[in-house]
Design a protein around this ligand. Structure first.
Ligand code: ADP
Ligand code: MG
Ligand code: ZN
Length: 612
C-alpha cells in the first residue's frame, strides 16, 4: 500500500499524476520512460532528478501530452527481462530435475550393484581343499556315490579321459526327495576332487530386476572358467529351470531369461573343459525339457530314500560324533524308521542328544532315542488327559484303529497304541509301521489300500459300535480326509473301481507347479464326475461297514483292551497282538468273522457295496 506522502529516489516528493502532466507541458521534463509492468513512469527532469510516478497502464493522455511537449517517451522493453527471469527459473527447475534424476539413478545403481555384486556374497566360492565333506560322510546311497566317483576321477585327472577321446560329462543332475543328501553329495564331490566349488541356490539368481539373473549366470560361468577345473553347483534348480511359458499368469520373464542364459552357457561349454555343472532338485518333473536334453544335463543321478541298510549306515555316520550307549543297536533303529531320509535320521540322533543333555546323562540310550522318535513323528507330549469320559472315547477310537490293523490281512503292522496326548490336539494315537516292501518298491496293491481304508475308518466304527451313531465325534475328521483322498485316487488314478482302468486325473493335482495348469483340470464329463463321486462314497461306506462288521462281534475284546490302555496309557505292538491272539483263541466262534475283507472286495464286481 502506498503512503499518501512519498519521497522519490533523491528526496524529492513524488508528484501526483496531474502535477506530472503539467510539469511535462511546462517543459521541465527531459525524458519519460514508461514501465508498463510496474504501472509507473520514470520521469527525468531537466535538472537531472528522477522520480517514478504511478500511472494507469494504458495511459493515452500521458502519451499525447508527451508527444505534444516533445518529450521523448520510451517504453521499457520488459520482455527480455521476463525471458531472462523465465530462463533462470527454467534452468533452476532443470537443475533440480537433473539432480533428482541423478539421485534416482544413483540409488537404483546402488541397488543394482548390490544385486549384481558377485564379489560380496554370491556365488559362494569355496576354494580348493576348503570343503571338509568326503564321500565317507555320505552313506546309504551307494549307487549315486559310485556314479559320481567317475566325475571325481575326471576332475582329478582329466587327461586320462581326453586321451582316449572320452567326452566329459557337462552337467550332472541329482534328483531325489528332500533330505536325502543331494547337497551333501555335491559338497562331497568337491571335497574329494579338491577343486574350487562355486555353489549357488537357483533362487538367488532370480531378482526383482529382469536381466539380473541372466547376468549373474554369465558372471558365475565366467568366474568358473577362470578357475577350471572346478565345480559349479546350482541347488534347487527347479527355481529357475521350470518349464517355460507355463504356470498361472504366464511366464516369469526374469526366470525365463535366467534359464535361457543358463542354457546358452551350458552350450558354450565345449571349449572350456574342466567345468562341471552339478545341479540338484526334488522336482525333476517340472524341469524344462531343454535342460534335460543330452549335452546339457546328460547325467541324471537318482538319490533315493535309503533302505534299511542305508539307514543303518547313515545313523552310523551321524553317531560318529555322538556318544552312544553300548546297548543301542543301530540296526534296530534302522528297522524302526522306514521312510526316513538322511536328514530325518540326522535329526533323530540330534533330538536324542538334546534329550540326553537335558537329562544330564553322558551317553545316548534307547530311551532317549525312543522319546526322540516319538517327538519327531508325533510332536511334543502334552499333559495326560484327566477327563475320563473323553479319555474313554479316545481309547475306544484308537483301539478301533489298532484292532483292525492287527486283524485285517494286508494292513500295516501296529507299532504301538497310546493315550498320551500330543501338543496340537491329538488325544492319542495308534501308530503303524509302513511295510518296507511297499516303501521300497513304491507299488501299492488294491488289497493294501482297501485294508488301509478299513483301518482308517476303525476309529469312527468303534465309536459307532460302542456309543451309537448319534454319539460319534468329529475326532475322526482327520481319518475321513485321508479316506476320501485314498478313495479318490483309487477311482480316478489307479483304476481300482467300476469305472474301469482309466486315469481320470493326472499325476499332479497341484496347480502351481509350473506345468500347464489346464492339464490338471478334469478330463471327464459331468456324468462321469457324478459317477466318480458315487464310487468314492461307496468305497468309503463299504470300508466303514467292514470296520463295523469286524468290531461288532469283538466288543468284549475292545472293552478289555480299552481298560488296559486307560490303565497303562501305552500298549506296544507285540503285547497288543498277544492280547488279540489270546482272545481270538478263546472265542473260536467269532474268530474268523468279518475278516475276509479283501476277498469280499475283490469279488467279480470290483467293490461290493453296501447301501448307507
Ligand atoms: P537335500 O539336499 O537332498 O535336501 P541335504 O544334503 O541338505 O539334503 O541333507 C541334509 C542333511 O541331512 C545333511 O547335512 C546330512 O547331515 C543329512 N544327510 C542327508 N542324507 C545323508 C546321507 N545319505 N548320509 C549322511 N547324512 C545325510
Ligand atoms: Mg539340498
Ligand atoms: Zn482316528
Amino acid at each position: 500500500m502506498r503512503q499518501p506522502f512519498q519521497f522519490g529516489a533523491f528526496g524529492r516528493p513524488v508528484p501526483s499524476y496531474s502535477q506530472m502532466l503539467s510539469e511535462i507541458r511546462q517543459g521541465q521534463v527531459k525524458a519519460l520512460e514508461l514501465q508498463p509492468r510496474q504501472r509507473q513512469v520514470s520521469v527525468t527532469y531537466k535538472n537531472g532528478k528522477r522520480v517514478d510516478v504511478p500511472v494507469f497502464s494504458e495511459n493515452q493522455l500521458l502519451l499525447r501530452t508527451a508527444e505534444q511537449a516533445r518529450v521523448p517517451l520510451t517504453v521499457r522493453d520488459e520482455r527480455g527481462e521476463e525471458a531472462t527471469a523465465g530462463l533462470v527459473t527454467n534452468a533452476l527447475l532443470l537443475v533440480l530435475l537433473l539432480a533428482g534424476l541423478g539421485l534416482l539413478i544413483r540409488r537404483s545403481a546402488q541397488v543394482a550393484n548390490k544385486a549384481m555384486g558377485f564379489g560380496r556374497s554370491q556365488p559362494r566360492l569355496q576354494a580348493e581343499g576348503a570343503i571338509p565333506v568326503r564321500f565317507e560322510d555320505v552313506a546309504g546311497i551307494e549307487e549315486a556315490k559310485e556314479e559320481l566317483q567317475e566325475v571325481v576321477t575326471f576332475l582329478r585327472s582329466p587327461e586320462r579321459f581326453t586321451a582316449v577321446g572320452a567326452k566329459i560329462p557337462r552337467g550332472v543332475l541329482l534328483v531325489g526327495p528332500p533330505g536325502t543328501g543331494k547337497t551333501l553329495l555335491a559338497r562331497a564331490i568337491a571335497g574329494e576332487a579338491g577343486v574350487p566349488f562355486f555353489s549357488m541356490a537357483a533362487s538367488e539368481f532370480v531378482e526383482l530386476f529382469v536381466g539380473v539373473g541372466a547376468s549373474r549366470v554369465r558372471d558365475l560361468f565366467r568366474q568358473a572358467k577362470a578357475k577350471a577345473p572346478c565345480i559349479i553347483f546350482i541347488d534347487e534348480i527347479d527355481a529357475v529351470g521350470r518349464q517355460r511359458g507355463a504356470g498361472i499368469g504366464g511366464g516369469n520373464d526374469e526366470r525365463e531369461q535366467t534359464l535361457n542364459q543358463l542354457l546358452t552357457e551350458m552350450d558354450g561349454f565345449e571349449d572350456n573343459g574342466g567345468v562341471i555343472l552339478l545341479a540338484a532338485t526334488n522336482r525333476p518333473d517340472v524341469l524344462d525339457s531343454a535342460l534335460m536334453r543330452p549335452g546339457r544335463f546328460d547325467r541324471r543321478i537318482t538319490v533315493d530314500l535309503p533302505d534299511r541298510r542305508g539307514r543303518e549306515e547313515i545313523l552310523a555316520v551321524h553317531a560318529r560324533s555322538r556318544p552312544l550307549d553300548p546297548s543301542v543297536q543301530l540296526a534296530d533303529w534302522a528297522a524302526r524308521t522306514p521312510g526316513f531320509s538322511g536328514a530325518d535320521l540326522s535329526n533323530l540322533l540330534n533330538e536324542a542328544a538334546i534329550l540326553t543333555a537335558r537329562r544330564q546323562q553322558s551317553s545316548i540310550d534307547e530311551q532317549a532315542l525312543s522319546d526322540a522318535l516319538e517327538r519327531i513323528t508325533m510332536g511334543l507330549t502334552a499333559a495326560p488327559l484327566q477327563d475320563s469320559a473323553k479319555k474313554r472315547l479316545i481309547a475306544y477310537h484308537e483301539v478301533g484303529h489298532a484292532l483292525l490293523t492287527t486283524l485285517v490281512p494286508h494292513a500295516d503292522r501296529l507299532d504301538k497304541v497310546t493315550l498320551l496326548p500330543r501338543a496340537g490336539g491329538v488325544g492319542g494315537f495308534a501308530r503303524t509301521m509302513p511295510d518296507e516292501d511297499i516303501l521300497d518298491s513304491g507299488l501299492i496293491s488294491r488289497a493294501y489300500l482297501l485294508a488301509r481304508l478299513v483301518v482308517l475308518l476303525g476309529g469312527r466304527a468303534a465309536e459307532m459300535v460302542v456309543f451309537g451313531p448319534s454319539e460319534v465325534t468329529q475326532g475322526a475328521s482327520g481319518d475321513l480326509q485321508m479316506v476320501s483322498r485314498i478313495c479318490r485316487e483309487m477311482v480316478t488314478r489307479y483304476g481300482f473301481s467300476e469305472l474301469g482302468p482309466v486315469a481320470l486325473e493326472g499325476e499332479d493335482a497341484e496347480v502351481f507347479l509350473g506345468r500347464d495348469w489346464v492339464r490338471s483340470q478334469a478330463h471327464y464329463s459331468l456324468a462321469t464326475g457324478n459317477r466318480i463321486d458315487r464310487q468314492v462314497r461307496d468305497l468309503a461306506c463299504w470300508a466303514l461297514d467292514r470296520a463295523i462288521a469286524i468290531l461288532s462281534p469283538r466288543r468284549s475284546l475292545m472293552d478289555e483292551l480299552v481298560e488296559r490302555l486307560i490303565e497303562e496309557e501305552t500298549i506296544e505292538g507285540d503285547r497288543f497282538r498277544q492280547a488279540v491272539e489270546a482272545w481270538q483263541v478263546a472265542h473260536p466262534d467269532v474268530a474268523g468273522e468279518g475278516l475276509q475283507v479283501t476277498a469280499v472286495a475283490s469279488a467279480a464286481a470290483p467293490v461290493v457295496l453296501a447301501a448307507t
